[in-house]
Design a protein around this ligand. Structure first.
Ligand code: ZN
Length: 100
């Protein structure tokens, strides 16, 4: 079996919750509705708070990701909606303890 570093570095295992959070965070920034620090450190913090809150959606099949089933697509859309709700809450939570 591959070492832990090699195992995960293959990129075969993907948590689509990460993509959902990134997509929704970018959408929120583009809408410019909420004012908050958008440096990498703060965005990493926000992403971690949200990722610890919403369920993960792991996939080890590039075929599933390239040609997702209706069920897979629905799961991803559900995660995006959850992320959209959780991101503003995460921003409020970390606002008072910024790292810079
Ligand atoms: Zn910042």
């Amino acid at each position: 079996m591959l070492s832990k570093e090699e195992f995960f570095k293959t990129g075969e295992i993907v948590n689509l919750a990460e993509a959902a959070v990134h997509e929704e965070l970018q959408a929120l920034i583009d809408r410019a509705e909420i004012e908050f620090c958008q440096c990498d450190k703060c965005l990493f913090d926000i992403a971690c708070v949200v990722l610890n809150t919403i369920p993960s959606l792991y996939s080890s099949s590039i075929a599933d990701r390239t040609y997702p089933s209706a069920e897979f697509k629905a799961d991803y859309e559900k995660l995006k909606k959850l992320a959209a709700v959780e991101i503003p809450q995460a921003i409020e939570r970390i606002r008072d303890r910024l790292h810079h």
